[in-house]
Design a protein around this ligand. Sequence first.
Ligand SMILES: *Cc1c(COP(=O)(O)O)cnc(C)c1O
Length: 392
Amino acid sequence: MKTLQGTSPYEAACLLIKDHKDEDPFFILDQQDLHKKVAIWREHMPRIKPFYAVKCNNDPTVLKILAGLGLGFDVASKAEIESVLDLGVDPSRLVYAQPCKFSSHLLFAKSHKVNKMTFDNEDELHKIKKIYPEAKLLLRIRYDGLSTMCFGDKFGADPENCPKLLKLARELQLTVVGVSFHVGSHAQDGDSYVRAIAGCRKVLDQAISLGFTPSILDIGGGFPLKADIHFTAIAAAINETLDQYFPNDGPIEVIAEPGRYIAGTALSLVTMITSRRLIKRNDGEIMSAIYYLNDGIYGSFHTIKIINRIVKPKIIRKTHSSEDDTKLGSCIASDVWGPTCDSYDKVGSSMDLPLLSVGDWLFWPDMGDYTLTLQSSFNSYTKASIQYCKTD
Ligand SMILES: *Cc1c(COP(=O)(O)O)cnc(C)c1O
């Protein structure tokens, strides 16, 4: 991995493409962006300790930087636990935030002293009792917000079922240390956090009345990709609600599990046009263009299908043909496909792009979240990896 300095990620990509020989896609990591996002988080939500959700982007350099910045980590599997512990992070900085765990992974967590974990059903309590009775449990509660991906059908106990679950935990002599929720990925506003935090107060009071002494409120992930006014509005709503229900001098420590917010803007994806098909009228006029890239939905673009994200590339021109002159300045409707032999593999429809040629490159900003970790090996194309690292 090379390191570049003093350029924007786009400028860095342009420089690198100049003498780039192979045809494989790659990411540029802007290390400074991770530092900035964490600093902005701490400025706007000083009370809330972030536990970065490893599934969002598990690149070792990304994890190392975040570990160095003192973040905690949200892990969901044996391999995720291992990747964080291997960096020398203390197990107390991990939360095993998967309510439905493999028994073997739970045993692994136990042998490595990762003791904070979530649950949301009776069977899981029995499993934990059998394998890891000393674990510190967070009851994951269902609070669905307006978001682009909702988790409520899959995870989270309904608030009305919480007393029953807490009673069972008590009977099994397990230790409940708090509650957690996830309003859904890419939350649209702060209201869902506000409602969930208020609801958590009630469940924590139920826990106290059953004899538990809870100390953690985990407000999950779902924060926006960018540190924009949307983010600051959500942060302000959360702070106000926390002050109301969980005063700063109380016994409750507040943590969160941001993924997309932390990693989303740190990576840019750089892809090449490997093939092209022009649609022409009888008189030769170009009506539209179809491009094929070296990366697609089965690679780094999977997430844009899942959450219907609109992405727009910047151009890195490497070629110049006579056709370019006739079309210079004007854009034409362009369909952009991934490399695989599958019609689901479409990155963009009718995108407004200037006429491009095979060998030109496209630069896609804000591709750090759920890109690297969702790549498949369908058709065995080379997966984009982080080849270049940019520091300011
Ligand atoms: C995926 C996930 C996160 C991260 O969500 P973002 O929307 O990326 O912030 C946090 N917590 C849990 C339990 C998750 O499953």
